[in-house]
Design a protein around this ligand. Structure first.
Ligand SMILES: [Zn+2]
Ligand SMILES: [Zn+2]
Length: 371
């Protein structure tokens, strides 16, 4: 579908709202088996193969032209409603799902699971999802290890109250971006040719002789799977602690993303996307420049005293945007400090088990140590 020069690719082809039935027994109680990454019928234990997202939207970055957008990443409409009513096909009841917080619900009469798989213009249904792979038990152990290593400095109150019982699995909203670009970097580089030390009485000075070169690099670059948060409060720069923590448990193995199915989020919580592509473009384009600069580094070894770029340009020939839910285990702790509350987090990447966080520090002990 062409829309204002943008190519919007429908990614929810064949998706159905309402009951998703087990192909073997017809039950609707289906959820993710973290051990296999597949969906499992909780009635007959049958597991389904999942369709890789790469099969839905191809990954040929070198030939990417213009703007390709997954339909789940298209603009959020201001007047879109979060509340959606589904009619249960087993008993006829009308079940309301508040898509601001979930896309699955149980029919209150017959207990069948109803889900929303067709995209709706409020950002709640993404193009793709990366399923949880680390179990809650393993996440708890990772968090306990992380906190354990920091216990010596931790606040006594926190030490007393720490328990991983409140650990929650959350799917956080991201945009996954590919770019086909042409980069041009112009600057000057220095190569050291001689180094010598001159003594003046007791002290000495080291001198360098270097040659100065004009350096220019021009190349095509294929940028694969940049991931940017697509939640407004995560992007605000007011020293947002969660944001820094989540950034440090990156990257995710986004190549293993699968076609969206609401049953993946059963038993987990999710955070709806609330930001559009246009607002994310400046951030993404800066990140693309960083990637380009970084990829030029391997060709600059001769300039052992560094290269300083004076001009850099990145011409983006093609860009692909896909919305995704990525899995994180979160432990949170509210520290009371006088009248204010400070929120601490420990986050575990639910694919790689990379763990990062903050714990309340006991200041007097720290001071004592530094003396
Ligand atoms: Zn079944
Ligand atoms: Zn029903």
């Amino acid at each position: 579908m062409e829309e204002n020069g943008k190519n919007i690719v429908k990614t929810d082809e064949g998706a159905k709202d309402g009951q998703t039935k087990c192909p073997k027994c017809g039950a609707t109680d289906i959820s993710l088996n973290v051990k296999t990454g597949k969906l499992r019928c909780n009635f007959c234990r049958h597991e389904f193969e999942v369709q890789k997202f790469d099969e839905i939207l191809d990954n040929d970055i070198e030939n990417l032209k213009g703007e390709v957008i997954g339909s789940g990443a298209s603009n959020i409409e201001a007047d879109s409603k979060d509340m959606i009513t589904l009619k249960c096909t087993s008993c006829g009841a009308e079940v309301v799902i508040d898509t601001a917080s979930t896309t699955v619900a149980r029919c209150h009469w017959c207990r069948n699971t109803l889900s929303i798989n067709q995209q709706i213009p409020n950002g709640a249904v993404p193009d793709t999802v990366l399923p949880f792979k680390i179990s809650k038990q393993d996440a708890k152990i990772a968090i306990e290890n992380f906190v354990g290593k920091r216990k010596f400095f931790a606040h006594p109150q926190f030490k007393k109250e720490f328990s991983t019982d409140n650990v929650m699995g959350v799917y956080l909203p991201y945009m996954i971006v590919d770019a086909n670009a042409h980069a041009r970097l112009v600057g000057q580089g220095e190569h050291e040719i001689r180094r010598y030390t001159v003594k003046h009485g007791d002290s000495s000075t080291t001198y360098y002789d270097a040659e100065l070169y004009d350096v220019e690099r021009e190349f095509d670059i294929a940028i694969d799977d940049l991931t940017v948060e697509s939640s407004k409060d995560k992007l605000s720069n007011d020293k947002n602690k969660t944001n820094n923590i989540i950034n440090s448990i990156m990257p995710f193995d986004t190549e293993n993303c699968v076609k969206w199915d609401s049953n993946y989020i059963k038993g987990y919580t999710s955070e709806k996307r609330d930001i559009n592509i246009e607002e994310l473009k400046p951030i993404v384009n800066e990140q693309c420049k960083d990637v380009a600069r970084h990829s030029a580094n391997s060709t600059l070894e001769y300039y052992d005293r560094g290269v300083k770029w004076g001009a850099e340009s990145l011409d983006i020939k093609g860009q692909k945007w896909v919305s995704a839910y990525l899995p994180v285990w979160l432990y949170s702790y509210l520290e009371k400090k006088g009248n204010t509350n400070l929120l601490h987090y420990v986050a575990v990447n639910a694919r790689t088990k990379e763990t990062m966080g903050s714990v309340p520090i006991h200041k007097p002990k720290l001071l004592f140590i530094s003396f």
